[in-house]
Design a protein around this ligand. Structure first.
Ligand SMILES: [Zn+2]
Length: 216
């Protein structure tokens, strides 16, 4: 099937889960306006869809033997589980913990219990749900390298910018960067379309939740 058609079908599936919203008027965390929005948390709320998406990604990497599927985060872990379940090598599924260091940089680390699975240079498939900056996946790649594992590839639902690139094969179901506008240039503002307040991005509060979590 044409990749373009396939991508449209995949977008339709995400639309069905409510994770992908379109034909509306959103304010992104950057302050820019957009007609489309991805609510990442909703992408994995329907198990049958998550399994279906996992099957497609597993099929793409089916020819390559994989020992481990590695993820971080709740949504990516649900997807990672489905991919591991569907892959013919019957890889084990493990996850890393994402934390912020004192400088605010995101770091990933492997729970001690999973270290045993990195003995003997395992072949690792890294899985992420939505690639926004690619920083998390880069952290996972470094983690695999630091544990002498071998990255086979990266599987993801959506790459939000083609500027996100890795040295390893990337397979994404959706490869779409939707246009965003400065408020003064926004065509939806010009047409007087009200902003969708349900998904309005508020500036982070002074004592952000993230910092409160880090303080514990
Ligand atoms: Zn606008």
């Amino acid at each position: 099937m044409e990749p373009e058609i396939l991508e449209r079908i995949n977008r339709g599936i995400l639309l069905r889960t409510g994770a992908y919203l379109t034909n509306d008027h959103f304010v992104l965390p950057s302050g820019r306006h957009a007609k489309e929005y991805v609510e990442k948390a909703l992408a994995t709320t329907e198990p049958a869809f998550t399994e279906g998406l996992g099957d497609v990604i597993a099929k793409h990497f089916a020819e390559q033997p994989i020992d481990l599927v590695l993820t971080t985060g709740y949504g990516a872990s649900l997807l990672g589980h489905c991919i591991a379940r569907a892959h013919p090598s019957q890889p084990r599924f493990v996850y890393a913990i994402k934390q912020r260091d004192n400088g605010g940089t995101s770091q990933v680390s492997l729970p001690r219990e999973f270290r045993q699975y990195f003995a003997g240079t395992p072949r690792v498939l890294i899985v992420e749900d939505i690639l926004t900056t690619g920083e998390t996946v880069k952290g996972l790649i470094d983690l695999v390298k630091s544990l002498s594992g071998r990255v086979v590839g990266i599987g993801t639902l959506w790459r939000r910018s083609q500027r996100i690139k890795f040295k390893f094969p990337l397979f994404t179901l959706i490869d779409r960067e939707f246009p965003t506008y400065a408020p003064k240039d926004c065509p939806m503002c010009r047409k007087g379309i009200p902003i969708n307040r349900e998904y309005l991005s508020e500036p982070p509060p002074k004592h952000s939740r993230r910092r409160a979590v880090g303080a514990h």
